[in-house]
Design a protein around this ligand. Structure first.
Ligand SMILES: [Zn+2]
Length: 441
């Protein structure tokens, strides 16, 4: 699997666009912050997000923090045949868990040709098994595979494609580092990997329900260059993309995913890039085209995740006001919304927006854990955040989640696995305490 090569890229400057297609990483390229990171760097030249041109705004510096050693809490694991995950107050992760050093090391060895593909697959299996066991030990009734073998939340479908060049869209983060998408250099566009393959692997080890995250159609639409591709017009690309994206979601549903979560992190970012919100509206329209392929029943199991991005303990769009995003976001024809909330400075204001604008039948999972904050929340804090949310959202439509994944990019080890699982355990316990309090346990 070519995605294995993603791990030895950290700290390496972006490769030249002239590099042979087989000689660069298809994952988001990481450009570290400059030594003097007072101002974000000007992103590398790349394709533009929309005809109006790309804007990159200065971010807010993230203050250094001290990390605390997390106290791990391990409730009893679920037993086979345990109660349905359709709890009255459900709680779910967003997806990713930091990869262990042995996995990242193994990927580097594989990329260097010192580890066989067979041994890499054995390593994958053992890491997925360990991740799922630790997930289940938190008491979670719905888990993921921790995205252990995804190169990133966004680029898993394209890892290994040979029609990409490295000089695509750039995303500047608040701390000054930049991620860069590849650019599609030739058609046709096909997924190399569908998310259902991750479910197949995880199912071998999981005793509880598995959800599956997929990348939003709109995110992959950014692969197509503004200047077009000879012989492969944008309309043909979008047609291919919509078909692949639908297949990605449908396969997960057919394989029995508890639900499918569409990662739509570029929603909030798009308002920063285009305050007129035309870009956001075009994203919503495209994603709704895909969602429109599903029945109402199917859409009840399809969710949208919104967040301000999360990478190397930094965000790309936390400074964009939710009031600008949420009313439009809720135009998506999805049955579930997973909304980052814990790290918002004024949660009640956001909850009021949700109350006023969320579709009447939708399930709202609010973020009660901040993956970027190194401090592990207590179950009591989580309980209080749920009770706060219940002031605005009817309990029969409420759920809880983490604000984001713990390492959406495979090479992000800024949070330890211990901290991630301790936070998840606090979410599970705190949500159960709130359920008790609300009389729905
Ligand atoms: Zn996220």
């Amino acid at each position: 699997m070519r995605e294995a090569r993603g791990a030895d890229r950290e700290g390496i400057p972006p490769r030249s666009p002239q590099a042979a297609p087989h000689d660069f990483f298809v994952e988001w390229q990481l450009v570290p912050p400059p030594a003097d990171a007072g101002m974000p760097p000007v992103p590398e030249a790349g394709s533009k997000l929309h005809p109006g041109g790309r804007k990159t705004l200065p971010g807010t510096r993230v203050q250094p923090r001290q990390r605390k050693e997390a106290m791990m809490s391990r409730p009893e694991a679920e037993t086979p045949g345990s109660p349905s995950p359709q709890s009255l107050l459900p709680t779910e992760p967003i997806g990713s868990i930091p990869r262990p050093p042995e996995l990242l090391g193994g990927m580097q060895e594989r990329a260097a040709g010192r580890l066989s593909e067979e041994d890499l697959q054995l390593l994958y299996e053992s890491v997925i098994r360990d991740t799922i066991a630790r997930f289940e030990a938190t008491g979670s009734r719905v888990i993921t595979d921790g995205e252990q073998t995804k190169p990133s939340f966004a680029t898993y479908p394209i890892a290994g494609l040979d029609n990409l060049m490295p000089d695509g869209v750039t995303i500047p983060f608040a701390d000054g580092h930049v991620r860069q998408l590849p650019r599609l250099a030739a058609g046709p566009f096909r997924y190399q990997t569908h998310a259902g393959t991750y479910l197949d692997q995880a199912r071998k080890h999981a005793r509880v329900a598995l959800k599956q995250a997929v990348i939003a159609t709109s995110a992959l639409s950014l692969l197509y260059p503004a200047e077009g591709i000879d012989g492969y017009p944008r309309e043909a690309f979008v047609e291919d993309l919509v078909r692949e994206s639908e297949a990605d979601i449908r396969e997960c549903l057919q394989k029995g995913a508890h639900c499918v979560q569409i990662d739509f992190t570029e929603a909030r970012l798009s308002i920063k890039l285009d305050p007129s919100k035309q870009l956001l509206k075009s994203f919503i329209e495209l994603n709704n085209e895909v969602l429109g392929k599903f029945t109402t029943d199917e859409r009840a199991s399809i969710g949208i995740h919104t967040c301000p991005g999360g990478d190397l303990d930094s965000t790309h769009s936390l400074d964009v006001d939710y009031a600008e995003l949420l009313p439009t976001l809720f135009e998506l024809d999805a049955g579930i919304f997973y909304i980052q909330l814990a790290s918002e400075p004024d949660r009640r204001r956001v909850l009021k927006l949700i109350k006023d604008h969320a579709p009447a039948q939708s399930r709202i999972f609010v973020g009660v854990i901040d993956p970027i904050d190194p401090r592990v929340e207590t179950p009591e804090e989580v309980r209080d955040r749920v009770l706060e949310a219940a002031d605005y959202i009817p309990v029969n439509r409420l759920g809880t989640c983490d604000d984001c994944g713990f390492s959406p990019f495979g090479d992000d080890t800024s949070t330890s696995r211990e901290t991630a699982f301790a936070k998840i355990a606090a979410r599970v316990q705190g949500t159960a305490m709130a359920a008790q309090h609300l009389g729905v346990a």
